[in-house]
Ligand binder design. Structure first.
Ligand code: SF4
Length: 352
């Protein structure tokens, strides 16, 4: 592997001219803002994260305020951003930071890496961007640049590839201006070395880039796919403006968020409705749709039931609530649930 001695300087020069310097978390930057933005950006693009970041900072201006909030308050602001485990980790970490570090983000790798939701790359980003320390970052954008530049064609979710990329980035980071270099690499990946149609002609490191010299952008930065399709039936029980929701378990997809009763087979769903022993107008299947997560695609079939007579015993089941469409409670909802509720609200309001 040849290390270009000018690599880091080319990135830093490019960043000074073309890099992003006015993102909301870069203005009056604090370690808290860097930590929050890094967690949001773990699975989300900058333009999607910005409004959520602004809402979050407005509601929780510092770590102590998150640590004192309920998880439902945090999930409420996070709703729609996806990958909800991040919000749970953020909440847990804020409590640890409040208790152990008096509300200040720790400034050592050893302490950061022990906090929920903070891995090696996020710790490196906090230390280099917020504290100006010499630590590398290896997020998705940087992995793509390094893979293409060095022509690494093995799957990036393999341990061996990951190890190789870390070794390379450890050589590439400069002793000084590490934070600027890391930010420059992230920006180059987001603006120039994009997933599709990289703009190589204006790339500062094109001279020694293998991908560019071979005009091949598809053989590098490959992920092995392990996605599969799962059919789920959501049962939507409606009583005027009230909708039955259940709190999900603490583990798995959409952990601790509120969702509709869910079944993987239609027969099981029908049987469950029968056991409720409620009278309703008719069962209606409303617009089935697909929802993609990283490794799983859901085929969601919502079955809508409008009760004729309100039955209180349904709500006695632990973790069930009646969600009010007109005066919604502050709770965390997965995006497909929000989408269905929005649809039902629109139709209900026109009929009430
Ligand atoms: S030359 Fe093209 S492929 Fe190589 S790093 Fe730059 S943008 Fe990416």
């Amino acid at each position: 592997m040849i290390i270009d001695p000018f690599f880091s300087q080319l990135i830093i020069n490019w960043y000074h001219i073309f890099g992003r310097k006015k993102l909301p978390w870069q203005i009056q930057n604090t370690p808290y803002k860097t930590w929050l933005s890094e967690i949001m950006l773990q699975q989300t693009q900058v333009k999607t994260a910005i409004p959520y970041f602004k809402k979050f900072i407005k509601k929780f201006p510092n770590i102590i305020s998150i640590s004192k909030a309920s998880i439902q308050d945090v999930l409420h602001i996070w709703s729609g951003l996806g990958y909800y485990q991040r919000a749970h980790n953020l909440h847990k970490t804020s409590k640890i930071i409040a208790e152990k570090y008096q509300g200040n983000v720790p400034d050592t790798f050893a302490n950061l890496i022990q906090l929920p939701g903070i891995g090696r790359s996020t710790a490196g980003a906090i230390l280099s961007l917020a504290f100006g320390y010499y630590y590398p970052v290896l997020d998705g954008n940087i992995k793509r640049i390094v893979s293409r530049y060095y022509g690494i064609n093995t799957s990036i979710n393999k341990y061996k590839t990951e190890k190789k990329l870390w070794n390379i980035i450890n050589y590439l980071i400069p002793l000084y201006n590490t934070g600027i270099f890391n930010q420059g690499m992230m920006d180059l990946g987001a603006i120039i070395c994009t997933k599709n149609n990289p703009k190589c002609n204006i790339c500062p490191i094109k001279k020694n880039c293998i991908s560019f010299s071979l005009n091949n952008f598809t053989s590098y930065f490959k992920k092995s796919k392990i996605s599969y399709l799962r059919k789920i039936y959501f049962i939507i029980i409606q009583n005027n403006q009230l909708i039955l929701l259940q709190r999900r378990s603490l583990y798995g997809i959409w952990a601790n968020l509120f969702s509709f009763p869910e079944f993987d087979k239609k027969n099981n769903a029908i049987l469950w409705i029968k056991k409720l022993n409620v009278s309703y107008k008719k069962q209606l299947i409303i617009h089935p749709f697909y929802h993609q997560l990283t490794h799983i695609k859901f085929h969601i079939i919502p079955i809508h039931i409008k009760l004729i007579k309100f039955k209180t015993n349904i709500i006695n089941i632990k973790n069930n609530i009646w969600y009010n469409l007109i005066h919604p409670q502050i709770i965390g909802l997965p995006s497909p649930v929000k989408k269905i509720l929005h649809f039902i609200k629109k139709n209900t309001l026109s009929n009430i």
